[in-house]
Design a protein around this ligand. Sequence first.
Ligand SMILES: [Zn+2]
Length: 133
Amino acid sequence: MVDHPDKYDYSRAKVPGPLTLEMEAKKLEKKRAQKAQRKQREQAQREERQRLEKEEEEKQLFAALSDREKRALAAERRLAEQMKNGSTALSNISRCWYCGESLLGRIPFHYLDFSFCSTACLQTHRRAQASHT
Ligand SMILES: [Zn+2]
């Protein structure tokens, strides 16, 4: 109709009006905007669903922890907070519980929750623990 304004009798054919390129562009633009909006909405819903799923997962995971593990988690969190606020930043917390020697790259000696650089440190610590109780 735009390209051949006199070729056909558009009013008799009940063609509503010339569909100009501008109108077409606008229509396309509107469609694109709606599509983007829908996508955004879907994305938000997906994120919300994932958040709920994650929360549920964490809930179950936490509930399944032993009291000792829960306490350890809480202590870890407290320590992390302290590190953030304070100036003492321990970049490596994998250390001998007795002398503080780094355990990175070593095979540490364990008893209970404790790790040590040597059997000497382990035994000294264990003796100290035993005398406490
Ligand atoms: Zn040690």
